[in-house]
Design a binder for this molecule. Structure first.
Ligand code: ADE
Length: 247
């Protein structure tokens, strides 16, 4: 069954954008997934197609009107399965994780609401619409569209048939709660740096052990937040020496 993405946006022309190319673009052309972008302005009620209003309590910017978004959502419900998650992109949401991406990719698709201006009326999340906020990271974009493209890219590459011969990514960063190990390729020596000997040893067990150790070490050094949550954090790391050297 086709995984169906629907995007509510003020800039439908931003889609599919980069998702029309490479892996995602090919999968889109093959019908593995589909993408529909609907203009929020189509659901405005006035002649000027107004979708925003000034924030209650004052302050800068404008806020997207919840009644207009509710009309758009009601319209989409007629054409998307009831079980389709309804997400709004906002830096105020919980951060997207690879586990969440996996769950979304395993479902029927996703409906994404992109904001511009100051953001959404909070009643979009607290009312009966069932919209969940989601962020792609702790920084502020000028709108939700690039965040929607990021979320969709992460989901689409996991759909069956999209990555083809490429491994389904069990050893990828975050799948095990760790960063992936580093990669090297030819030339063997470049800029005075040589590929680690073990990777040229042909000893698969040694290579696997080295990769696991580097996964753990790099996670500990670069992403202490991930390392904290990982089981390995409770056992003594074998690479403590490097930490002392580097810090
Ligand atoms: N809109 C603006 N910034 C965002 C972010 N970090 N994540 C999701 N949507 C956003």
């Amino acid at each position: 069954m086709t995984w169906t993405a629907t995007v509510l946006t003020l800039y439908p022309e931003m889609f599919p954008g980069p998702l029309g190319h490479s892996l995602a673009g090919r999968a889109l052309a093959e019908g593995i997934w589909s993408l529909g972008a609907r203009n929020i302005r189509d659901f405005a009620a006035d002649r000027h197609r107004t979708v925003d209003a000034t924030p209650a309590g004052g302050g800068p910017g404008m806020v997207l009107r919840v009644d207009i978004l509710a009309r758009a959502i009601a319209d989409l419900r007629a054409t998307t399965p009831a079980s389709t998650p309804l997400l709004a992109l906002t830096p105020r949401g919980p951060t997207l994780t690879q586990a969440r991406v996996r769950r979304l990719a395993a479902g029927p698709g996703v409906t994404l609401i992109c904001g511009r201006f100051e953001g959404f009326d909070e009643r979009l999340f607290t009312g009966s619409l069932g919209v969940e906020p989601v962020s792609i990271g702790d920084y502020v974009l000028s709108g939700g569209e690039p965040a929607a493209l990021v979320l969709l890219d992460a989901c689409v590459r996991l759909l069956p048939g999209v990555m083809g011969a490429i491994q389904s990514g069990e050893s990828e960063s975050f799948e095990s709660g760790l960063l992936e190990y580093p990669h090297y390729t030819r030339p063997a020596t470049w800029d005075g740096q040589t590929i680690p000997e073990v990777l040229r040893s042909g000893d698969h067990a040694k290579v696997a052990a080295w990769r696991q150790a580097r996964s753990e070490e790099d996670t500990r050094l670069r992403r202490p937040d991930l390392w904290e949550r990982h089981d390995g954090a409770r056992v003594q790391s074998p690479s403590g020496a490097r930490e002392e050297k580097d810090e």
